[in-house]
Design a protein around this ligand. Structure first.
Ligand code: PLP
Length: 405
C-alpha cells in the first residue's frame, strides 16, 4: 500500500496555531467556554486595527488588483521596498532583488525550499519562530538549533553557533526583534553573526518583520546593513506594524554580494514564478504603508497601548514566585522562565494544558518554539491592560498550588 504521509515529518511540531493545546482550546470554545487566547500574534482581534488610510486604499485598489502581477510583485511596490531598504542601509538591492509574498510566511517557506537539498543543514535559533524549523524540515533540510542565552539577554550564543557548523551547513537564520523572546540585537551581536557567516561561507537569513516595533527609543539595525560583502536575505511585511495580518502581504530582499548565490537566486526565481504572484491588492498597499512606517510609534511610547501592556506583563510575571522574564524590547511577546523544580514540571505542554483547563487562558509552551527544556512558555501581550492583569493574576493563583503530577 502506498503511504501518503510527508506531513508526518512535522508530527512533533506544535506551535501557536496547531498542536494539542490549541486543539483543546478550540474544543472548549466550541462548548461555550470563554478562552482568553494569548497564543498568536494577530493584532486585529485585540482592537489593533489597520490605519484607516490603508483600509480606504485597499478599497480603492481592489479593481486595479484584479489580475496577476509580475511574479516578484507590482513594480511600484518593489520600488517602495527598495527605498525602504535604502533607509535601513541594506546594500545593493534593486527591484529585481525584491519578492513580494502572501505574508513573509510564504517567502520563508520558498527560501528554505530553494536552499536545502536532502541532508543540507541550516542554523536556526532556539527558541525560534517555528515556521522556520518547519519549512526547513519539509524542504528536506536538517535543522541545527543554536541556543539563545537567556542569561545574556537572550542573545545568540556565538560559540554554540560555531560548534554546530560543518561542511553541509548552508545558512544561518536570525529573528530580530525576536519572536518569542521579544529581544532586540545590538550591533556587536550582529557583527559576531556576520563574522561567522563570512568565515564559513553561509547565506544569512534575517527575519525582521518586527523591525518597526521597537520600544524605549532603541533603533533596529538590519543585519544586511553591517555586512555588504555577504549575501543576505531579509524578510519583512505589514502584518504586525500595520496590523493587516489578514491581508497577507510581506516581502524578502536579496542584498550584498550576490556573486556566489547565482544558482540559489535562479531557484528562487523559479519558485516565485511557480506560485504566479502574491495577493495583488495587498501588494498595492505597500507604497502607502511604507510612507507611514512610523505611524505605529504612538503605540510604542509611554501611554501607548503596546508600551503599557508590555509594562504590565513584564512586571506581573516577575512578581510571581517561581517565574522570571527578560524585558522585551520589541514585538509583543515575552518568554518567561518557570521554576521547574518548584512546580515539578517535566512536561511544558502539560503545564499550559493544565493552566488552560483551570483558568481558561491559552499560552504556548516553550517546546512549541523548539526550546529543548520544559522551563519556558510564551505570552502574547496584545490584550488590553485589564485583560492582561487579570490573566497574570490567574497565572499567579494557578501557580500557588500547582505541582505537576
Ligand atoms: N516571522 C516572524 C518572526 C513572525 O512572528 C511571523 C508571524 O507571527 C511571521 C514571520 C509571518 O508573518 P506574515 O506571514 O504574516 O508576514
Amino acid at each position: 500500500m502506498k503511504q501518503f504521509n510527508k506531513a508526518a515529518k512535522l508530527d512533533h511540531v506544535t506551535y501557536e496555531v496547531r498542536g494539542p493545546v490549541v486543539a483543546e482550546a478550540a474544543r472548549m470554545t466550541a462548548q461555550g467556554i470563554n478562552v482568553l487566547k494569548l497564543n498568536i500574534g494577530n493584532p486585529a482581534p485585540f482592537g489593533f486595527h489597520a490605519p484607516e488610510e490603508l483600509v480606504e486604499e485597499m478599497q480603492r485598489v481592489l479593481q486595479k488588483g484584479e489580475g496577476y502581477s509580475e511574479s516578484k510583485g507590482v513594480l511600484a511596490s518593489r520600488e517602495a521596498i527598495v527605498d525602504y531598504c535604502k533607509l535601513k542601509g541594506i546594500p545593493n538591492v534593486t527591484v529585481d532583488d525584491v519578492y513580494t509574498g502572501n505574508g513573509a510566511s510564504e517567502l520563508i517557506s520558498m527560501a528554505m525550499t530553494g536552499l536545502l537539498d536532502k541532508g543540507d543543514e541550516i542554523l536556526i535559533p532556539a527558541p525560534d519562530y517555528p515556521l522556520w524549523t518547519a519549512s526547513a524540515t519539509l524542504a528536506g533540510g536538517v535543522v541545527q538549533h543554536y541556543r539563545c542565552d537567556e542569561a545574556n539577554h537572550w542573545y545568540p550564543d556565538l560559540n554554540d553557533i560555531e560548534s554546530k557548523i560543518n561542511e553541509r551547513t548552508k545558512g544561518l537564520v536570525i529573528i530580530n526583534p525576536n519572536n518569542p523572546t521579544g529581544v532586540l540585537y545590538p550591533k556587536e551581536v550582529l557583527e559576531g553573526i556576520a563574522d561567522i557567516a563570512r568565515r564559513h561561507g553561509l547565506i544569512l537569513f534575517a527575519d525582521e518583520i518586527y523591525d518597526r516595533l521597537v520600544y524605549d527609543g532603541k533603533t533596529h539595525i538590519s543585519l544586511a546593513s553591517i555586512c555588504p560583502d555577504l549575501f543576505c536575505v531579509t524578510f519583512n511585511g505589514l502584518s504586525k506594524s500595520h496590523r493587516i495580518a489578514g491581508f497577507r502581504v510581506g516581502w524578502m530582499c536579496l542584498s550584498g554580494d550576490k556573486s556566489y548565490a547565482k544558482g540559489y537566486i535562479d531557484g528562487l526565481n523559479m519558485l516565485s514564478s511557480m506560485r504566479l504572484c502574491a495577493n495583488v491588492p495587498a501588494q498595492l498597499l505597500i507604497p502607502a504603508a511604507l510612507k507611514m512606517a512610523h505611524e505605529v510609534d504612538t503605540l510604542l511610547q509611554p501611554g501607548g497601548r503596546l508600551y503599557e501592556q508590555r509594562e504590565v506583563v513584564v512586571n506581573a510575571l516577575n512578581r510571581i514566585d517561581g517565574v522570571s522574564a527578560v524585558r522585551p524590547e520589541g514585538a509583543f511577546y515575552i518568554f518567561p522562565k518557570i521554576d521547574t523544580k518548584k512546580f515539578n514540571i517535566t512536561n511544558d505542554t502539560q503545564f499550559v494544558l493544565d493552566f488552560l483547563h483551570e483558568q481558561h487562558v491559552l499560552m504556548i509552551a516553550g517546546s512549541g518554539f523548539n526550546w529543548p527544556e520544559p522551563d519556558h512558555f510564551r505570552v502574547v501581550y496584545l490584550p488590553d491592560v485589564d485583560t492582561l492583569t487579570s490573566s497574570m493574576d490567574k497565572l499567579e493563583t494557578f501557580l500557588k498550588t500547582y505541582r505537576q503530577k
